[in-house]
Design a protein around this ligand. Structure first.
Ligand code: GRF
Length: 189
């Protein structure tokens, strides 16, 4: 089972996936980012599939097809989104049915979307956390594979809370991906 990781940012989840020695065959980014440097430093193939645009004219379908082509070229079986900043269109789910994973910094179904940490804080939640799930056509939905709670503490900012959530994600996501790869590998053999 080969893993493709999609990332756009600091790549600390990617680094944890690599440190866990999961079989990453390619890292794809949608913009220049630290995650690409992390892949290069680990001598893992990486590709920048740059978005032409971040505006309304963005060709989401065409972009998704470009990402799928790269993943297929690297013989990826399972895709792990790790802070990927582009919502992909249906072809990614068609190419990897039931095999696109995501980590989200909240206890889904609570606080979906890009601002999950800020929204939990603004809502006065005493507890939030993270969720690893299988991606489906609706963003931040799909079968939940693992969840873990993180307490909100007095004085928390979006940054401090997100960092504590990410500490948990960096353990939970690699663990969950490993389990998923094992099960999928057994089914495929
Ligand atoms: C994580 O909190 C993930 O849940 C969210 O983006 C963050 C990525 O962090 N989707 P990093 O780039 O792995 O440090």
């Amino acid at each position: 089972m080969k893993l493709g990781v999609l990332a756009s940012g600091g790549g600390t989840n990617l680094a944890a996936i690599i440190a866990a020695r999961l079989p990453v065959s390619v890292v794809v980014a949608d913009r220049p980012c630290v995650a690409l440097d992390i892949a290069r430093a680990a001598a893992i193939p990486s590709e920048l599939v740059a978005r032409g645009s971040f505006g309304p004219e963005f060709d989401r379908l065409g972009y998704t097809q470009r990402v799928v082509a790269v993943l297929k070229h690297h013989h990826v079986d399972v895709v792990a989104m790790a802070g990927f900043g582009t919502v992909l269109a249906a072809p990614i789910l068609d190419a990897f049915p039931g095999r696109v994973l995501n980590t989200h910094p909240a206890l889904l179904p609570a606080f979906k979307g890009w601002h999950a940490v800020a929204d939990a804080l603004a809502a006065g939640a005493a507890v939030t956390g993270c969720t690893v799930h299988i991606a489906t056509a609706e963003v931040d939905e799909g079968p939940i594979l693992a969840q873990e709670e993180v307490a909100v503490v007095p004085g928390d900012t979006v940054e401090s809370l997100h960092e504590r959530i990410k500490e948990v994600e960096r353990r939970l996501y690699p663990e969950t991906i490993r389990r998923f790869l094992e099960v999928e590998g057994e089914l495929a053999s």
